[in-house]
Design a protein around this ligand. Sequence first.
Ligand SMILES: Cc1cc2nc3c(=O)[nH]c(=O)nc-3n(C[C@H](O)[C@H](O)[C@H](O)COP(=O)(O)OP(=O)(O)OC[C@H]3O[C@@H](n4cnc5c(N)ncnc54)[C@H](O)[C@@H]3O)c2cc1C
Length: 423
Amino acid sequence: MKNKYFYDVVIVGAGPSGSNAAISYKNLNPDLKVAIFDKAHFPRDKSCGDAIGPGVISALKRFNNEHILKNDPEVVSTTLFGPKNIGIHNYIPEVKNKEDSIVYVIPRYDLDNRIFDLAKKCGAVSYEGFRYINFEKKEDSLKVKFEDENKQEFIIETNLLIGADGANSRVRKSLNIKQNSDWHKAIAIRAYIDSPNYVDVFKERTLMFEINVSAIKGYAWAFPSKGNLVNIGIGVPLSLFKKEKMNINNLLDEFINTLSKRGVKVENLRMEKSFLLPFASSRPKLAHDRVALIGDAGSMINPMSGEGIFYGMEAGYLLAKDTFELLDNNIDKLNFGIKNYENRFNKRFGKHFLSCSLARLVFQSPFMTKRLLAIASADQHTIDFVVELLFDEANLTLKETILLILKFLMPINILKLLNKTSN
Ligand SMILES: Cc1cc2nc3c(=O)[nH]c(=O)nc-3n(C[C@H](O)[C@H](O)[C@H](O)COP(=O)(O)OP(=O)(O)OC[C@H]3O[C@@H](n4cnc5c(N)ncnc54)[C@H](O)[C@@H]3O)c2cc1C
């Protein structure tokens, strides 16, 4: 006899990964009972650069939900700075795997609430202010324990438990999976500023990235949102952060100085918040007995760009697609579906994540960064490739690797000459 609180699927975490999983299950089969739990009440803030690219747009389009973005301004280009102030400006290229080559910058306080609302509108049952504690395996179901804000225990039953509870996932802990090692994690701080002249300084709405400038081996960003609002931040590998005993607020101050030197007015600095980024260079096992991990809980952040929203949302969809017809008590079949999800995710993104991990190694060396940016400023193909690694699912093929090695070895003047003659 099943508990009256029985759901086909229970999702822990109502961020973009969990909410998109709920949206996917309910669209694929509206009769499924889907519950989504979060310890927070929405809207809630989340430390993030707030940049969402072509992948998120296509994930929303899949179930006709892209309308939630329609009142936000588009970002049109990227500007990349490296050591010795080498700067490259590039338009966001036509990406190969997605319909739109558009980027938005929407504060997560807003964006996550909009996506969670879509999940509620599809009929997912939401529990806010409920903290996941642990789960217990029964023969024909899982018993999942939560606590409400008064520390009252609340137990529900389900066929499938999904851990979408972010970088410090407790569901992952329940599965006895360690967090990523410090080498495969970064720490980053995000803040908001008002800048009345950001768009004037860069001549347009551009995503500004900075590698190895304000912090050695560090990565900083300034992303324009609505009006004068700009999201700024800086991150470094966690291993280096601990080794060098760095202070994250000092890194942010350093970046604000650099921005000021570039002529950007920085006013009303607020909402500084640091957090960890578990990189996809070390992904845990995603498929378990009636339990699956998606999003940051499954270490799905691009190690080069820090982008994680798209991969988490896509994981939610892939999991739903592989399991929505298998929730009728045949545990072996359900586990087979969960395993299929893991294989499909790794097959689709494995090489891409590996390529981005290699790019991360290049960007960790000031010398190599300088060299790569010098090549990219002389060679459109290279900068397009870097931007595709950032915004699409590109990966380094053998041909691409050989070409890049040759370009690294070639004097820049010759590269420029070759480019001129081929254009
Ligand atoms: C500084 C910074 C900048 C970033 N910039 C970008 C960017 O510009 N673009 C991008 O795409 N990605 C960016 N990322 C990565 C991105 O933020 C994450 O990949 C993304 O939030 C993952 O979504 P998620 O749904 O998996 O997890 P989250 O968004 O973290 O959501 C997890 C949810 O689980 C809930 N939860 C946690 N524990 C429990 C519990 N025990 N019980 C119940 N609920 C629980 C939390 O309240 C939360 O709502 C950045 C990350 C950082 C730290």
